[in-house]
Design a binder for this molecule. Structure first.
Ligand SMILES: [Zn+2]
Length: 356
């Protein structure tokens, strides 16, 4: 099965799984076994929905109203929302009866300041922002958004990928959705440098100003420091260029981690010991990277591998799973099912710790 079809199939299975859990209540029964100590929740954009019919990256954004609902749902389901440091302390010493939740926001989007921060402040919710320094400086590339805009603007795309010519029709909404999906998965499995060159070519064809895109969406240092001054806020590291480090040579990966941390620490004037792996799936961060982060002295690193936290994760602090709050599923009933951990037990085939 192609990656694109596999992804579509997974979406269908997720939908079917949710319905089954809700119909049977099995997730409530399973929760005692599957919920573990708690979860690290993952967010990206928080902003009002723009209504675009073609929105292949919508999974990466939720509305401020839904963020508020997520917080209320966590609390009504018995979760205590704690800082990342407090969550890690509880992971090391699991003596609390209530499960905990940690709120994390990746990349450093300006909408986090505009829309998420007021909600978090009003509800007194601690949170972590993982900052990609190249985004803050307006130079690193939001390649997945460049690709979205290229497919939106171009009626037709011809592209050589992996030595083979591909043709993509992008006239209708359906064609755009299908072409984005195919392009995305064909490109993401290429070596990262080739993927970036291919998307650069498309961005130029579509007349996309890559720097303006990054600068319009990402917080600059003034804005980051404004949020960092909030006692509720922890600033974490998300590399220099948002690179899929497992694609790269070890020296490149080390430089990305070391240098981005150094820059953030010099801006903050205090240590930044927490990391989020860019993209964060097994193809982007694996055993070599987990060891590298531990060797560099990071106290924790989060992936995008799905899962709840169990005591055994204390031995794998640079490979922590997260619960993605997905913009395609903004419904508190789905979240309630996810928070039992039952779907993760199914997706991970019963494995609690997935660090390979
Ligand atoms: Zn990211």
């Amino acid at each position: 099965m192609s990656s694109a079809r596999a992804a579509a199939f997974k979406q269908q299975m997720i939908g079917a799984g949710f319905s089954l859990f809700r119909a049977t209540g099995a997730h409530r029964l399973a929760a005692r076994m599957t919920r573990g100590l708690g979860a690290i929740l993952m967010f990206h954009h928080v902003r009002p929905w723009n209504g675009n019919a073609f929105a292949p990256n919508r999974l990466l954004e939720i509305t401020p109203e839904y963020l508020s609902e997520v917080i209320d749902t966590l609390r009504s389901e018995g979760f205590e929302i704690v800082s990342l440091d407090e969550g890690l302390a509880r992971l090391a010493n699991p003596s609390h009866a209530a499960p905990f939740a940690v709120m994390t926001f990746d990349d450093g989007y300006r909408d986090n300041l505009q829309y998420a921060w007021p909600v978090l402040g009003a509800k007194n919710v601690p949170f972590t922002l993982y900052i990609t320094t190249g985004f803050a400086e307006g130079v690193a590339r939001l390649w997945w958004l460049e690709l979205e805009l290229a497919v939106r603007y171009l009626p037709h795309i011809e592209l050589a990928i992996g030595g083979k010519n591909h043709v993509f029709d992008c006239r209708t909404l359906e064609e755009k959705a299908e072409s984005f999906n195919r392009l995305y998965w064909l490109l993401r499995v290429q070596p990262e440098e080739e993927m970036l060159i291919a998307i650069e070519y498309l961005a130029q064809k579509a007349d996309i100003d890559q720097r303006a895109l990054t600068q319009s969406l990402c917080m600059n240092w003034d804005e980051i420091l404004q949020m960092a001054a909030d006692p509720l806020c922890t600033i974490g590291v998300h590399t220099l260029t948002h690179s899929m480090l497992a694609h790269r040579r070890i020296d490149f990966a080390r430089h990305e981690l070391f240098e981005s941390r150094r820059i953030i620490e010099s801006k903050l004037g205090k240590p930044a010991t927490h990391l989020a792996w860019p993209v964060g799936d097994p193809a982007s961060a694996g055993v070599r990277e987990f060891k590298l982060a531990a060797d560099l002295g990071f106290a924790s690193a989060v992936t995008t591998r799905p899962g709840m936290l169990f005591p055994d994760h204390a031995q794998h602090l640079t490979a922590l799973p997260r619960l993605s709050v997905n913009g395609n599923w903004q419904d508190r009933r789905y979240l309630e099912v996810l928070l039992t951990g039952a779907p993760f037990a199914v997706w991970n085939k019963g494995r609690r710790v997935n660090v390979g």
